[in-house]
Design a protein. Sequence first.
Length: 438
Amino acid sequence: MTGTTDSCCEGTPAPASPRYWTVDEHLADVLAAVGPLPAIELQLLDAQGCRLAEDVAAGVDLPPFDNSSMDGYAVRTADTARATEEYPSVLAVVGDIAAGAGDLPKVGPGQAARIMTGAPLPPGAEAVAPVEWTDGGTGTGRAADSMGAASGTGTGDEVRVLRPVSEGAHIRRRGSDITAGEQVLEAGTVLGPTQLGLLAAIGRGTVRVRPRPRVVVLSTGSELVRPGDPIGPGQISDSNSFTLTAAARDAGAIAYRVGGVPDDAATLRAVLEDQLGRADLIVTSGGVSVGAYDVVKEVFESYGGVDFRRLRMQPGKPQGFGRLGGTGGVPLLALPGNPVSSYISFELFVRPVIRTMLGAPDVHRPVVRATCTAALRSPAGRRQFLRGRYADGTVSPVGGEGSHLVGALARANCLITVPEETTSLDAGTVLDVVLLTD
Ligand SMILES: Nc1nc2c(c(=O)[nH]1)N[C@H]1C(S)=C(S)[C@@H](COP(=O)(O)OP(=O)(O)OC[C@H]3O[C@@H](n4cnc5c(N)ncnc54)[C@H](O)[C@@H]3O)O[C@H]1N2
Ligand code: MOO
């Protein structure tokens, strides 16, 4: 058998080439480290946008009692059977019933009770004649309020009903919407305004949900200046912490921005210690490459539990992730500092983490196939994510490859994915496109 033998194998090992992880390997490792947050009981409005962690059954009928859907008169149908405009049925008014009334007058033959929308149907009555079907009645009566009984009306108050009223007319029956014991919402439902309203309607004051993850967004770099503050030589405005905080909120998190931590290990450690108590997830940008002032790696490595690796992707090659301090620690993703790199890393890795913590079924952004309008070049062995504009099955690149191009990033609505093995392609090629809007 013939073969070559490297001199290294005769004693000295060859210098190990750095390992590269694929996007999919990295994503799988990141997602394996997190799961849905434990469910908690929240006040209704604090639960807005959260996903239900319980099936909800109604404890009451809705409506809870037969009630009127119109302002008018509660009547017995037989009394109105022959009513016409020319020969109205004249009924004695025995009471006034407002919404919230508790003590109700009994409506006997030849009688009616003035009733308001939402007020309980009094005993004896079988239907409601809207006030427009009557002469409006005589006397004013006094509407019973929610604290007291329905009053009698002044002696001699009466109403003329101008047409027959059929049984059940203008009555909303008890339980016609929801019956006690019925399941009204199922676990996993996202609580929007109408679901919260339904919970309130059935008398729930609190509800069990998956909470929104609390995400602390921290940008590092001694060159960073808060937007609006004066910029000195070599300084730039901190944009990443704004992009990432907004993106975290967009993904469903409660996000706290902690911008512009200088490249100083003691300061970074102090900020981290301060933030750990309120974080379900920490996201940082900057300091993950090989620069001399990349203190981020140094600090995170001192906690343990965080790995730094290179990915076969562009942009977004250097990445850090893990649980700060190891198992049981707060999950952390350390993203590269270049603004486009950090945003794309967020979309590919952080957003799925937040969606997983929320218990959402749609963890990933939608991917569609689209025809690219331009010829493209791409580095060998790296999956490239170019910024693009997608519409109607067609995609066009915006801006170039540079990971500092925030102008083009703000015009993009998708990421054009060029596979690892592709180094060039013609206009008209069909590619995967990650849509950045839902
Ligand atoms: N010798 C090498 N140099 C670099 C490599 C490499 O492999 N070898 N990788 C390059 C790649 S790829 C990337 S991505 C960056 C990542 O660098 P860091 O994560 O260490 O980020 P910084 O050095 O802190 O910053 C990079 C760049 O981004 C700007 N920046 C940082 N933070 C913000 C912010 N909050 N808002 C706006 N802009 C920000 C910063 O000023 C730099 O221009 O490393 C390459 N280098
Ligand atoms: O991979 Mo860096 O993330 O090219 O810009």
